[in-house]
Design a protein around this ligand. Structure first.
Ligand code: FES
Ligand SMILES: [Fe+2]
Length: 345
């Protein structure tokens, strides 16, 4: 394996939750990158993320109360605003001078964009690649969201996701493709911001999933650090976006967020049947990761072959380069070069 470590990249935005999961006045505790977060939306509608630990005695703040503007700890009633500043310590008597500004809950930068909430892990969000801006949909919110948690590190989740050769073996079904339909493919790739893209092309003719779109669909698939894949399909004047955002919950658990947007009415009509298909697809990935975990327990040496695993190699190189550039305080230099990859799937 070319990776030096399965640790997730720091100084990066990660997908946290779909925006509609955060309701004003409600708190959502969630572990991301092994850290305990408290996600919420304030009375003005703005999303926020705090460390879900009371700085007094360590109780999860999510066990307390939130009135839309302040969070009250359930243990001694200390209160914090949505930026983590301490606003009240009920045990203080009137003449006790205590500088509350010394007390704060750690705050994570959080942003809501096109109906998704992204959280930043690191110290310089302004010097990191911003969360992706999905093309062709404006400020539209997701039409469909599904998720699955895989029992593996972020690297195995990402590599499994971008792996073109597992499709005919893992994702066999009448509506996607069958093992007998394997054929040789040749796709042109090139560098794109913080990652690489499979350049715009007409998708594989052995996929029923594309056929239902009608017309002549064209697709461009891009991957960008830390762990985001965007498939941008156009059919005539319509757009379909398939965003896959991978976020580690811990060192051994990784969440896949599958977010679909479309402007085509065909898919709106098909939505009730589409959802189980998306779920089934994700469950197939999960099932194979559960099996892979059995072998990985023994920490075996692994192989990456040309060309089917070249995208995985690029991922490890991109990740290593980003970490190196950050530690050396220099600009990121994309290591991916234009190339045609060929494989059978
Ligand atoms: S532990 Fe939170 S107020 Fe004391
Ligand atoms: Fe898969």
């Amino acid at each position: 394996m070319e990776a030096d470590s399965a640790a997730p990249l720091r100084e990066m935005w990660y997908y946290a939750v779909p925006g509609d999961r955060l309701r004003p006045g409600k708190m959502l505790p969630k572990q991301l990158l092994g850290e305990p977060l408290l996600l919420g939306r304030d009375a003005a509608g703005k999303v926020f993320a705090l460390r879900n630990i009371c700085p007094h005695r360590g109780i999860p703040l999510s066990d307390g109360r939130f009135d839309g503007s302040e969070i009250e700890c359930c243990y001694h009633g200390w209160r914090f605003d949505c930026a983590g500043r301490c606003t009240a310590i009920p045990s203080l008597v009137a003449d006790q001078a205590f500088d509350r500004s010394m007390i704060a809950v750690e705050r994570y930068p959080a942003i809501e964009r096109q109906g998704n909430v992204w959280v930043f892990f690191g110290s310089s969000p302004d010097r990191a690649p911003p969360p992706p801006e999905l093309p062709g949909i404006g400020e539209r919110v997701p039409d469909l969201y599904e998720t699955v948690t895989l029992p593996c590190s972020i690297d195995h989740a990402v590599v499994g996701l971008m792996d073109p050769a597992h499709g005919p073996f893992v994702h066999t079904s009448w509506w996607w493709r069958q093992r007998g339909s394997i054929h040789e493919k040749s796709k042109a790739f090139g560098p794109s911001p913080w990652g690489f893209s499979m350049l715009r092309h007409s998708p594989s003719s052995n996929s029923y999933a594309y056929k239902i779109l009608g017309g002549k669909p064209e697709t461009e698939i891009s991957f960008r650090l830390p762990s985001v894949r965007i498939e941008h399909i156009t059919v005539g004047k319509h757009t379909v976006i398939n965003l896959t955002a991978v976020t580690p919950l811990s060192a051994q658990e990784t969440q896949i967020n599958q977010v679909l947007y479309w402007t085509t009415p065909v898919l709106t009509a098909l939505k009730p049947v589409l959802r189980p298909f998306v779920k089934r697809f994700l469950d197939q990935d999960r099932a194979v990761m559960v099996r892979q975990r059995e072998g990985l327990k023994y920490n075996p040496p692994l192989a990456l072959i040309d060309d089917a695993d070249t995208q995985a190699r690029w991922y490890y190189r991109l990740k290593a380069e980003y970490a190196r550039a950050k530690s050396e305080g220099r600009d990121f230099v994309n290591p991916v070069k234009e190339r045609v990859l060929r494989w059978r799937s």
